[in-house]
Design a protein around this ligand. Structure first.
Ligand code: NAP
Length: 324
């Protein structure tokens, strides 16, 4: 089977290089299914975790990429819910990886059925990006996706990216007013996802994050980097909070300081804990047409390094997909 391995580069620690190799097809353990992959999607976490020094937490021959869709070809002895021939979506876990190959093993507990209405690419785009948007909105922000609950005024930064596109769509299932930031080229696109107001992040108004209609934000789902707490703070409502997906050391300091000073305005780092029931919920939303996986680009597995480079470049609109 063809795989892409992430290489340890002792000379230049900033380099993250993929090497194309042939390795044996993996064997599923008791609680695993073996998948013939039909699509994988790349997330920034895939390459961020391969940078020095985190790279050294992974095995030498590590195959990156965690978000996949495929067909079950073999099941472990303890697997109850799947059989050969089933189409599925799976999250392979950050330290498991395996998505940039022709076959991968997935834990049954992080695998869900994929109905025919959901393409492999749409399914593979869901795990990290969709689950992060979902958990940020439902658990951290307290938005109820059935539309009940008090109205919340929400800001979503980098709404054109993998997480942001899902965050806007899911937020609008709740009782929310959504302001979104993106680049000028994506403003119509983000509006089409349901955002009520849009800010171009390259303009002075956009970089100030001020709501065009003058509203203060109850919650910010912060999907980019480089915005200091001092920019968020004046734009927050009295109990407003920023849910930061990629907190910098400065943001972590601000978070700590806010806690120590009993500030009502909070900055909360978020780390995804993937749950099968949430992935199942997202697949069902895609099936019924309530949620869409917007795809930036598709690459064949033989060109996985181009997909990897595209993600590192940081300018995708939606998800980057690799297909064997
Ligand atoms: N904590 C967690 O568990 C967790 C989970 C998932 C993701 N994350 C993190 O969340 C971040 C977003 O992930 P992603 O998959 O959505 O990334 P992504 O798809 O690579 O985001 C790319 C998008 O961000 C836009 N963008 C870049 N800088 C921006 C800015 N200053 N303001 C507004 N938009 C901007 C780009 O627009 P232009 O092309 O116009 O610049 C592009 O459309 C990453 O840092 C990722 O590591 C964390």
């Amino acid at each position: 089977m063809t795989f892409w391995l992430s290489m340890r580069i002792p000379v230049n620690f900033a380099l993250i290089i993929l090497q194309h190799v042939e390795v044996p097809v993996p064997t599923p353990k008791q609680d695993e299914v073996l998948l013939k992959l039909e699509a994988a999607s790349i997330n920034p976490a895939d390459w961020k975790m391969q940078k020095f020094p985190l790279r050294y937490l992974f095995p030498r021959n590590f195959i990156p990429c965690t978000d996949v869709a495929g067909e079950v070809v073999e099941v472990g002895s303890g697997v109850k819910n799947f059989k050969a021939g089933d189409k599925v979506v799976a999250y392979l876990r950050q330290f498991g990886g395996g998505g940039l190959g022709e076959f991968a093993v997935a834990k049954e507990r992080l695998t869900v059925p994929r109905p025919p209405e959901v393409s492999a690419a749409e399914g593979a785009g869901l795990p990290i990006a969709g689950l992060t948007a979902h958990i940020a909105l439902t658990q951290s922000a307290g938005v109820k996706l059935d539309g009940s609950g008090p109205r919340k005024n929400i800001l979503i930064t980098a709404a054109s990216g993998g997480v942001g596109q899902f965050a806007v769509q899911l937020a609008k299932l709740g009782n929310t007013h959504v302001t979104a930031t993106c680049g000028a080229r994506n403003m119509d696109f983000v509006k089409s996802l349901g955002a009520d107001e849009i800010l171009d992040y390259k303009t002075p108004e956009g970089s100030s994050l001020k709501s065009p209609s003058g509203q203060k934000y109850d919650v910010v789902i912060h999907c980019t980097t480089g915005i200091p707490w001092s920019t968020f703070k004046p734009n927050l409502s009295a109990n407003g909070k920023v849910i930061d997906l990629s907190p910098s050391p400065g943001a972590l300091m601000s978070s700590l300081l806010n806690k120590l000073t009993f500030s009502k305005k909070q900055l909360m780092p978020l780390l995804l804990a993937a749950k099968r029931e949430n992935l199942d919920y997202l697949v069902k939303l895609v099936k019924e047409g309530t949620l869409k996986t917007v795809i930036d680009s598709k690459y064949p597995l033989s060109k996985a390094e181009d997909a990897w480079a595209k993600s590192i470049d940081g300018h995708a609109t939606g998800k980057i997909i690799v297909e064997p």
